[in-house]
Write a protein that binds this ligand. Sequence first.
Ligand SMILES: NC(=O)c1ccc[n+]([C@@H]2O[C@H](COP(=O)([O-])OP(=O)(O)OC[C@H]3O[C@@H](n4cnc5c(N)ncnc54)[C@H](OP(=O)(O)O)[C@@H]3O)[C@@H](O)[C@H]2O)c1
Length: 207
Amino acid sequence: MTVDGRIASQTGYSKLSCPWDLKRLHELRAASDCVMVGAGTVIADDPSLKLKYASGIDPLRVIIDGKLKSPASARVFTQEPWKTVLITSRRGLKAEELGKRGVRVLELSGNKIKMKEAMRGLYDLGCKKIMVEGGGRLNWSLMEAGVVNELRVTVSPFIFGAGRSLIDGTGFPDRGSGPRLELRSAEVCECGKEVHIIYEVKPSPTV
Ligand SMILES: NC(=O)c1ccc[n+]([C@@H]2O[C@H](COP(=O)([O-])OP(=O)(O)OC[C@H]3O[C@@H](n4cnc5c(N)ncnc54)[C@H](OP(=O)(O)O)[C@@H]3O)[C@@H](O)[C@H]2O)c1
């Protein structure tokens, strides 16, 4: 994220990582059972979510897409679609077609996906260590539901002044209502310009 907490500018520009940060990201992917992103990220970036800067086995990909807005032509649905789990609350032709390609479709009830329910579904599929790569609205859904154990953020020396925030939702009213963050480490990146911070996350007392 930028120094002002944005993961994308108002025009959708989001390339913030230096090569060392990308390597860190891919090593974390390699150490995870699955990598999760929201529909907004699939639409904006069309990520493959595969390993490029680390070796290992590509993790399972998980797409949270309540209203099934992401295009069927997205790379996560066309490149080895059997390695993708789609979590949605929409049944219909599109979900059926993706299912026929091999995408595992997890249909959950309610307009808004209940993240605890989604986590239980993923656990049953063998996903014990889930890495979330955003975007901001998915990050909010997970923080609000109190299902996040750890937050890792790299602060890059830029300011956008507007755009998508790291955690973007209806918000907590004060500092006592949100999750409690305990600092685990803060290190200057090898590039000398970014800071990588790790927090342990304890759910808010109200969840
Ligand atoms: N700098 C970075 O590291 C980084 C990383 C990732 C993404 N990004 C950027 O962030 C932007 C995308 O972020 P975003 O916040 O717009 O999108 P997002 O979080 O990727 O996806 C948001 C969508 O996911 C669905 N969703 C999330 N929680 C849900 C829930 N509980 N139930 C049902 N559906 C749920 C919603 O779909 P419905 O509206 O259909 O319900 C929502 O519109 C892009 O510009 C991308 O480039 C940056």
